[in-house]
Design a binder for this molecule. Structure first.
Ligand code: LMR
Length: 403
């Protein structure tokens, strides 16, 4: 007899499960296209040079210690993160109706925001895109949302955003529903709405009195320019919408395991801010009490020093540039092989991922026969491709599609 008898075994978390399968695989030709983490052309993780430099400076800074940060986090970091996403000239910042709250990477920012909306504001219905990142539903469910619905996002046949159905679904969502939007580089499809489409989305959100909750985990990875990648968020601010924005610095600073994130909040009336912050302090106090300092100090140092910020922008260009090169290489090779189907979507999609259109059976075959690991919905992390394995992967896809 145990308190824990009868606990059913939960299904594995696919992205980590597949990553482990890759790590455990002995075949030397194995390829990892699973988890959304950047790899160099040599297939190894990248510590951004400016991050390394900032870490050395921080290690030598005798004024720093390991005392607790405030519950809401490192103030300089919170401001720098908010400015990164809203833009330094943001009307919301000028009017002092925007603020940041340091959280644990993107997931912690989503969780704190969701728990606040459910527990303090009383919003209980959320909508995520279909398809979406594998963790969205779980976060919102555990945060207290009682209805988690989907809105149409993807037209699988044409491999594009199904904007008419998307707008229609939002038009039919109950008032005060929370709408989770991918700020850029939609995960898993790699296809973002155009500016005209974002305008329609903002319009219906405003008309139906819905609440936009942006998740922007890949700022800089869509176009190589962090400002361009924040266009949708900034447009929504210009439209006078209130919102929260979950930011992650895992990908764009390569700080995956430091759990650096920020929840940027935009409100219409700055009088509500003291109440908001005091209640959010309780949400965070009950979760992680106060956040870790190291990653936030690194991001703060880099974003607030013009030379370091430029070096960071250069690294973003390098990383996103390599992704683009690999997209082109994969498409070119598949087209040269005459692989059945069309492959233009590989270069039309943006960010780390490509939603290849490969079926579940084809994915299984690629794993079993070629030791190429990817997600069952056909999503590949383009960063796992490099000049040494691109021919192998293209040939494997070609043979798999023909078999
Ligand atoms: C991914 O989608 O692969 C990443 O965001 C990693 C994760 O936590 O799922």
């Amino acid at each position: 007899m145990s308190f824990f008898s009868g606990i059913p075994v939960a299904p594995p978390i696919e992205v980590f499960h597949r990553n482990k399968q890759y790590l455990d695989e002995k075949a030397p030709e194995k390829v990892n296209l699973t988890i959304g983490a950047y790899r160099t052309n040599e297939g190894v993780p990248m510590v951004l040079p400016v991050v390394k430099q900032a870490e050395i400076e921080l290690a030598n800074d005798s004024s720093l210690n390991h005392e607790y940060l405030p519950v809401l986090g490192h103030e300089g970091f919170r401001n720098a993160a908010m400015e990164l996403v809203l833009g330094e000239d943001s009307p919301a910042i000028k009017e002092k109706r925007a603020f940041g709250i340091q959280c644990l990477s993107g997931t912690g920012s989503l969780r704190a925001g969701a728990e606040f909306l459910a527990g303090v504001v009383g919003l209980k219905t959320a909508y995520v895109s279909q398809p979406t990142w594998g963790n969205h539903k779980l976060v919102f469910k555990n945060a207290g949302f009682t209805a988690i619905n989907t809105y149409t996002y993807w037209n699988a046949e044409k491999r594009c955003v199904n904007i008419d159905q998307l707008v229609d679904d939002l038009d039919n969502a109950p008032e005060k529903s929370v709408i989770i939007l991918h700020g850029c580089a939609h995960n898993p499809t790699g296809m973002d709405p155009t500016q005209e489409q974002w305008k329609r989305i903002a319009q219906v959100i405003k008309k139906r009195n819905l609440f936009p909750f942006f998740d922007i985990a890949y700022q800089g990875f869509a176009t190589g320019d962090p400002n361009a990648d924040a266009w949708a968020v900034r447009y929504f601010v210009d439209q006078g919408l209130e919102m929260v924005v979950a930011q992650s610095f895992a990908k764009n600073f390569g700080l995956y395991n430091e759990r650096v994130g920020n929840l940027t909040v935009v409100v219409n009336d700055k009088e509500v801010i003291p109440g908001f912050l005091s209640q959010m302090s309780l949400v965070i106090r009950a979760n992680w009490s106060n956040p870790p300092a190291h990653g936030a100090q690194v991001v703060h140092l880099v974003l607030t020093n013009p030379d370091k910020r430029q070096q960071w922008m250069d690294s973003i260009k390098e990383m996103s540039g390599r992704i683009k090169t690999m997209r082109e290489a994969l498409r070119t090779k598949l087209e040269a092989l005459g692989t059945p189907g069309t492959w233009n979507h590989i270069t039309e999609q943006i960010g780390m991922f490509s939603f290849t259109g490969l079926t579940g059976a084809q994915v299984d075959h690629l794993i079993k026969a070629y030791k190429i690991f990817l997600l069952s919905d056909g999503r590949i992390n383009i960063c796992g491709l490099n000049t040494s394995n691109i021919d192998y992967v293209a040939n494997a896809i070609d043979r798999t599609v023909r078999s």
